[in-house]
Structure formats: C-alpha cells, structure tokens
Design a protein around this ligand. Structure first.
Ligand SMILES: *Cc1c(COP(=O)(O)O)cnc(C)c1O
Length: 381
C-alpha cells in the first residue's frame, strides 16, 4: 500500500532532498561544508523574511523553544503566554521548568486572542519581558494575529517570541515587517526535511536581553551560537551535516517558487480542503483557520478515533486526530511542506470513503468536487 503522509509533522521529504541526504558523509569542519552552513543561514533569512541572525540547532523544534525561554528569562522573570492549545501550553511548561514567572492568557482551543487584551495586560504589567505565542497552533489549526501583536509589542520593552514550527514556509509570515523578536522553527514540517534540525532567528532587541541572561544552560546557550555560528558559520558542536545539505535543496525550491507564490499556493490548498469538508456537512474546528492544516469537527455519531485508524490502516493516509480534551472529536489534515493539489484531492477521497463506512450521511463525491473546483480555478501547478 502506498503511504500518504498528511500529518502536521513529519511531512514528506522531496526526492532531491532525500538523495542529497543519502550521499556519503562529509566532515563538519571542512571549508566546503562551512560555506554550505553560511549559505543555509542566508537562505533561512529569506524564508523567515528577516535580516536578523539565524541560529541552527541539531534538535527537534522544542530545543529552539527551550532556548527561546532559557536565554531570555531569568528565574522569577515575568512573561506572558497566550495559551490556546497544546504547543502554547508547552511554552508554559518550559517557562515553569526554568522557575520563571509566566502569566497566562487562556483562550479556548480553536480560538485566538484579542490583540487589545494583550495591550491591556502589557500596560498593567510593564515588567513583562516577553510575550510567547505560535504562528500556527498545530493542535487546533488556528493562525495567530502576529502582525497585530507586533504592532503593539514593538513600542514596549517586551519581546515578541513566536513558535513558527508548523507555520514557517507555508503560512504567510514576515519576521521583520511584523516586528517579531525571536522566531523558532523546526525541520520536519513546512521545511520538508526529516526531524532533527531546529532554527531560531534573533533580533538585536532580543540579543540585548540574551547578553544579560543569567539562567544556567549549556547546549542551548545562544551566546555560543552567536559567537561560533553567526560569527564564522561553525557549529559549536557536531551539527547534523545531512540536514544542512538537505536544507540547501529546500531553499532552492522555495527561492525558485518565490515566497509570495508559496504563501498563495498553501492558501489555495487550505481553501480547497476547507470547502471540501464543508461540502461533506462537516464544520471547521478553528475560528481563524490557518493555511497549513485544516482541523475538522467530527460529529458525535462518528467515531473519530476509528476514522483516523481506518484512514491509515485501510487506505494509507496518515492524518492527525485531536490531542488532549479534543481527542476523538476533531481530525487534522495537514497540507504543509511537500504536499500538492492532488494530495489534497486524494485525502478527501479517502475521507469520504471512511466517513461512508462509519455511517455519516452525505453525497459521495461532493467533497472531491469542491476541492477540484478551488484547485482548477486557483492552484498554480
Ligand atoms: C510540532 C510542533 C512543535 C514541536 O516540535 P518538535 O519538533 O516535535 O519538538 C512545537 N510547536 C508547534 C506549533 C508544532 O507544530
């Protein structure tokens, strides 16, 4: 059975990237490889849309999240965490584990914050050092109002710190134009690589805070990366050389498409998926749906856990279910990374077959037709 990986990470890896990563091993201290690291950092600046420094870590995305807390907040420092999903909660767990003093703005899963509320909280708490949020909260499928938050936070002493692990290279995002101070990402989602690399882009405003940080850390001490990696393109440790090589191929792909065209393409994939599930009589879970994943409410009469299991075991489609209290109640179809129009049409076809088997009443073919219509009108192959 052919496997279709449509989960929000890991995502499929393009053929040219796989081939590069399978080449014989190279040494990480050769001039040739160090030049590749420099090129990768430059390419990431394009993808993040920033002139800020880029850091590369050999870890999963959470390593960069941890660094973005531990290098910013000293024990007892106050931070604001907008908590509206599982990954937002992770910011809180990290902040608490480093004995900082996070305050939470709790928002229902599937919803986003009101930027005015953030403004009020910052006014009332001028000692907040940083605001932590996601570009796209993968557990619910929403996109956060980063641009609006940037407008508010840029005139304060606080930093805006964004987890774009699932959003980068899919969801529209401009780090510099939107006044983001730290943005973290990972390799295995929009960036079409295997898991194992994490990235952070760091503004001058953030470096001023990092330079004064007193929290104990070693592997994720960002000052070491600034000195070695930013300074001379040398990884302080033995970084994943295969990821760097793969990343260069990914950068070529993204540059040749152009970032604006890329944003537009994922927008169309999202619209096709959203229209398809609505045509099947289902509702979206996210109030502000993102472009890299579609989260869908599963009706009570349908067994959501059985649905994802049948999709995978019977037809080969790996999609995601819900996490925590929405387990079994939603499904999440990812259209990030190396996913194109016919992948979306296929997954909708599979979803229809499974929904029929589980007794949901709808017109077979309606979802596929809705996706086809959006794609034939708007998708640029
Ligand atoms: C996947 C994901 C993470 C976790 O990344 P890992 O690579 O699994 O450590 C964090 N935040 C968001 C928004 C994600 O989608």
């Amino acid at each position: 059975m052919k496997k279709h990986l449509m989960s929000p990470g890991p995502t499929p890896v393009p053929e040219d990237v796989l081939l590069t990563m399978a080449e014989p091993m190279v040494h990480h201290r050769t001039p040739d490889f160090i030049a590749k690291v420099g090129k990768a950092m430059e390419g990431l600046q394009y993808i993040f849309q920033t002139e800020n420094d880029i850091l590369i870590f050999s870890s999963s995305g959470t390593g960069a999240m941890e660094g973005a807390v531990a290098n910013i907040l000293n024990p007892d420092d106050k931070a604001l965490i907008i908590r509206n999903g599982k990954f937002a909660e992770r910011w809180g767990e990290i902040a608490e584990s480093f004995k900082t003093d996070p305050i939470y703005l709790d928002v229902d899963w599937g919803e986003i914050c009101d930027p005015d509320e953030i403004k009020e909280i910052l006014n009332e708490n001028p000692d907040i050092k940083a605001v932590y949020t996601q570009l796209t909260e993968t557990s619910t499928g929403v996109v956060m109002p980063i641009k609006e938050l940037g407008e508010i936070i840029k005139d304060t002493d606080a930093l805006l710190i964004v987890d774009a692990i699932s959003g980068l290279a899919g969801q529209e995002f401009y780090m510099d134009k939107w006044n983001v101070d730290i943005c973290v990402a990972g390799s295995q989602k929009g960036l079409m690589l295997p898991p194992g690399h994490a990235y952070a882009a760091v503004s001058d405003k953030a470096w001023k805070v990092i330079e004064k940080n007193e929290q104990p850390h070693y592997y994720f001490d960002w000052m070491i990366y600034k000195k070695k990696l930013v300074g001379s393109h040398k990884d302080p440790f033995t970084g994943s050389v295969v990821h760097v090589k793969g990343l260069l191929k990914v950068i070529d792909r993204i540059k040749s498409e152009g970032i604006e065209n890329m944003f537009q393409r994922y927008k169309v994939l999202a619209e096709a998926t959203q229209n398809a599930v609505k045509a099947l009589g289902l509702d979206l879970f996210a109030k502000a749906p993102c472009d890299v994943e579609t989260s869908v409410k599963i009706p009570e009469s349908v067994d959501g856990k059985k649905l994802t299991k049948l999709m995978r075991d019977k037809y080969g489609f790996t999609i995601a279910g819900g996490q925590k209290h929405v387990k079994g109640k939603i499904i999440r179809i990812a259209h990030m990374g190396y996913i194109e129009a016919f992948d979306v049409i296929s997954v909708i076809a599979g979803l229809e077959m499974v929904l029929k088997e589980l007794g949901w009443d709808f017109k077979v073919g309606a979802g596929v037709a809705a996706a086809q219509q959006v794609i034939s009108e708007k998708y640029k192959f």
